[in-house]
Design a protein around this ligand. Sequence first.
Ligand code: NAP
Ligand code: MN
Length: 264
Amino acid sequence: MNYFVRSRGDETSDALCQRIRNYLTEFGLTESEEEPEIVISVGGDGTLLHAFHGYLHRLEETSFVGIHTGHLGFYADWKPEEVERLVIHIAKTPFQVVEYPLLEVVVRHLDAEEPDRYLALNECTVKTMEGSLVSNIEIKGEIFETFRGDGLCISTPSGSTAYNKALGGAILHPSLESMQVAEMASINNRIYRTIGSPLVLPQHHTCLLKPLNNVEMQLTVDHYSMVDRNIQSIQCRVAEEKIRFARFRPFPFWQRVKESFIGD
Ligand code: NAP
Ligand code: MN
């Protein structure tokens, strides 16, 4: 079996990566950055986000596992002390796989035929470089509201504990094939009105943002950030693709939520 180890790049993570390589080589596994069946990310949740975006073209053939060298993560949920146990599992047993939903983002431009398509593991955010974002929001093809405010965050269930949570969004269990739309500081008064609460949409429901002012926009997809103009629409929905996590032991999601945000 081929594996790849990806480090956050700090000394601790690099050293741990080297130890993992040594163990797995002893067990007869081959390191392949191009065609790994398992990608071991060492660092934080951010490191796993980077690793995920490196294998978008082979999500069906790749499983991910994360070790944290800082605080406990949601994707990086193995402790450095457990690494021996983890490598033995990887080398000796066929592993179980758990799939989590992803978000598909399709950006159409006024001046281009071909849309841009992105996949997010955490979320997509839309803001403007200057002034408020003014955008119609269509849900399943029907206009729902006109949003005015700082921006919008559309997250996956596993991304719901990240930026979405800071915006007052709900934490969603990753077994729910859904996406969540959360507002960033919407303007609400006698003239402007938005729903004000986060919305959770099921599979096959699209959320289409149609900006009403042609200003420069800042789009983020996970840790990527881009400035874009002439945007006609931004379409979000639950992606057909999924991310696969290699599971070697139970560590229930709600326990990770508790340990991350409340403590032991
Ligand atoms: P970063 O600025 O280093 O990350 C921000 C924090 O979010 C880090 O503590 C990171 O954990 C944590 N995180 C990432 N994914 C998470 C998840 N699914 N659940 C809970 N926490 C998570 O940038 P980054 O490491 O490249 O991560 C990019 C992410 O930062 C974005 O996808 C967005 O969700 C998040 N973000 C949050 C805010 C906010 O809360 N106000 C603002 C901008 C971006 P690690 O330290 O383990 O990497
Ligand atoms: Mn980070």
